[in-house]
Design a protein around this ligand. Structure first.
Ligand code: ADP
Length: 243
């Protein structure tokens, strides 16, 4: 199976000399098409840095990051921005919707940025998938947190991205809303063939993934296939003991 995203020996050092902090140390990982991966690890283990490097939001100090064979580390800032807009979806803990725009306008914003014509049928399909057909004309402030995150997921999916990165997408949600959001991410993988990589602290959230990668001190120290919440929690407790 083809790998959509591949990191090879990615290192990231913040600062330099004695003050330098090694956030990632020669990390290698591949994400195949149509898979859902959770990234876990103690605070400061390098999860955010890993996601930022994998998504072309930050540049590694050394190593290679490819998106379907395109080397991101050698692209100019301009080309990287275009690539992110056209080929990558993002879902953050803070929903990052534009308050003055309606749900429909928020969802189609990435298409506008990417200079792609809005396919209304597709937009309506995506809104229906996330259960917001009736809310298309509402502003974010008129929606619950869970609905806002579902709008953010619709926005992330509307460009049919090759990979969707999530940074604690359920971190600000109640249990019921979190479960809906995780179900949508799972369906985007199973039904739409998307590839999802998500940072989470929550073993229950991680159990929705096919694979969990565990980071500690800037390295991938373990992984779990077909994880259960219990197995993830046990592994995390173990990592916590080392940290
Ligand atoms: P996590 O997401 O697992 O909490 P991070 O990737 O945020 O971990 O951080 C990994 C390490 O890199 C930590 O020691 C953190 O303090 C350091 N770090 C992260 N970002 C910066 C930065 N911009 N400048 C300096 N150090 C940073």
């Amino acid at each position: 199976m083809t790998e959509v995203v591949r990191l090879t020996a990615v290192s990231k050092v913040y600062g330099s000399g004695e003050q330098g902090v090694a956030a990632l140390r020669e990390v290698s990982a591949g994400f195949r098409k149509g898979t859902f991966t959770a990234v876990m690890g103690p605070s400061g283990s390098g999860k955010s840095t890993f996601l930022q490097c994998a998504a072309g939001l930050d540049r590694p100090t050394s190593g290679s990051v490819t998106l379907n064979g395109v080397e991101l580390t050698s692209l100019s800032e301009t080309k990287l921005t275009v690539l992110r807009r056209q080929r990558i979806g993002f879902v953050f803990q803070a929903f990052n919707l534009v308050p003055s725009l309606t749900v429909a306008q928020n969802v189609t914003l990435p298409l506008k940025y990417a200079g792609v014509r809005v396919d209304l049928a597709w937009m309506e399909h995506v809104l229906a998938r996330v259960g917001l057909s009736e809310r298309a004309g509402h502003r974010p402030s008129e929606l619950s947190g869970g609905q806002q995150q579902r709008a953010a997921i619709a926005r992330a999916l509307v460009t049919r991205p090759e990979v969707v990165f999530g940074d604690e997408p359920t971190g600000a949600l109640d249990t019921v809303s979190a479960r809906e959001v995780l179900r949508l991410l799972r369906e985007s993988v199973d039904d739409l063939g998307r590839t999802v990589v998500m940072i989470t602290h929550d073993p229950v959230a991680a159990a929705h993934a096919d694979t969990v990668l565990f980071l500690a001190d800037g390295r991938i120290v373990d992984h779990l296939q077909l994880p259960t919440a219990d197995a993830v929690a046990r592994r995390m407790a173990h990592l916590g003991a080392w940290a």
